[in-house]
Ligand binder design. Structure first.
Ligand code: FNR
Length: 378
């Protein structure tokens, strides 16, 4: 309504409301390095395509003459109340997209009351983002360092900064073969490396001979092995439980047996995700495995979903197939490219409005009513 009313006065939205045009529009605002870092996927892009194809195979079957004038989109996930079943996915190094980076995202998220998941690879420190986020709901995503002292320091800072839920990403213990970045030899390094997590971490810095500002190479040489390779196993999860007193969510689960292991290990939730097709090229479309995973563990732990969500209809499909909420990835980064905070707000508000309208027009009064019966598979 707001957009149409402003249209009567000759005003159009700041940039496209069309999810199919958003990426192209962001492309015009970013250099090729940052653009392809965000837009690209692993390998030949098969998994990125599979994510979209999985959504396209499911169609909503609208119902008529049901009073859906007033809709309830709100939900609670792991104790976090949210106005809609949508969170902002962890996206690292956002300052390559806009100088305000994660600060802009945090402000937009807080204003819309949408929880933000802050990445370990953030270009701003945990404390800076927490301050920008104000009263907003804050979840923290961990790339699990090999050094326990650094890990504990990061967790401690996140907890003290008001981050409630810990999202542990399991699928990125090394970066995949990403041709767009390789061909450009593009390294997404960051506004003054010294402020980034964990370069800004006091324990990490103590391990450097000099400060990272003085010696970027030594910081990078220390960072890479600390976050690559993995001696992690299911047996190491109690370490995180010991050092985090809030809910723990494992991100990057695709196999139903791993989902069961997560539930058996006593974590509180999982994100069914293939990292937006950025890690294992040729991996299954994330939505393709959501139903079996939700059926297997949905009554024991919270099942969240990301990878390929672009529209309100996509949110409806993921929820109908068993997700409790979805994480939005690239689209909000494209919003960030359009002028920072207002750009993120425009994209996220647009998605929520699209969700609200599509839900109502399909005959549902609330997200709680969504079941597989709302969909048909083709
Ligand atoms: C990511 N993603 C990600 N995930 C994570 O756990 N930590 C991180 O630091 C990042 N960084 C990151 C950077 C960029 C540029 C992108 C596009 C993605 C993955 C992200 O959280 C999410 O899983 C996907 O983006 C979801 O897929 P869509 O919505 O982008 O298709």
């Amino acid at each position: 309504n707001e957009i149409y009313l402003q249209g009567l006065g000759g005003q159009v939205p700041p940039f496209t409301t069309n999810p199919n045009e958003l990426e192209e529009s962001a492309r015009g605002r970013l250099g090729p390095g940052p653009f392809w870092y965000v837009a690209g996927g692993a390998g030949a892009g098969a998994t990125m395509r599979a994510n979209r194809e999985a959504f396209d195979r499911w169609r909503i079957v609208p119902r008529m003459l049901r009073d859906a004038t007033i809709r309830h989109l709100g939900t609670t996930v792991l104790g976090t109340e949210m106005p809609a079943p949508v969170l902002l996915a962890p996206i690292g190094v956002q300052s390559i997209v806009h100088p305000d980076g994660e600060l802009a995202t945090a402000r937009a998220a807080a204003e819309l009351d949408v929880p933000m998941v802050l990445s370990t690879a953030s270009s701003y420190s945990i404390e800076e983002v927490a301050e920008a986020s104000g009263d907003g709901a804050r979840w923290f995503q961990l790339y699990w360092p090999n050094d326990d002292e650094v890990c504990m320091s990061i967790l401690d800072r996140a907890r003290k900064s008001g981050f409630r839920v810990l999202v542990v990403t399991l699928d990125t213990w090394t970066l995949a073969w990403r041709p767009h970045d390789l061909d450009q030899a593009y390294v997404p390094f960051i506004r003054g490396v010294g402020t980034a997590i964990p370069f800004s971490d006091p324990v990490f810095r103590a391990g450097l001979e000099r400060s990272p500002e003085e010696d970027l190479t030594s910081a990078v040489l220390r960072w890479v092995p600390m976050f690559t390779g993995t001696d992690k196993s299911w047996e190491r999860l109690p370490f995180l439980r010991e050092h985090w007193d809030g809910p723990i969510v494992l991100k990057g689960i695709l196999h139903v047996d791993d989902a069961r292991k997560a539930a058996d290990a006593g974590v509180d939730g999982i994100v069914v995700s293939n990292h937006g097709g950025r890690q294992v090229d040729g991996a299954v479309g994330a939505l393709d495995v959501l139903p079996e995973i939700a059926a297997a563990v949905g009554d024991r732990i919270e099942v969240l979903f990301d990878s390929g969500v672009r529209t309100g209809a996509d949110v409806i499909k993921a929820l109908a197939l068993g997700a409790r909420a979805v994480l939005l990835g690239r689209p909000y980064a494209y919003g960030l490219a359009h002028g920072g905070e207002p750009g993120v707000r425009h994209v996220v508000r647009g998605l929520l409005a699209d969700l609200d309208l599509t839900l109502g027009l399909a005959g549902f009064r609330g997200v709680a009513e969504l079941t597989p019966d709302a969909l048909r598979r083709f």
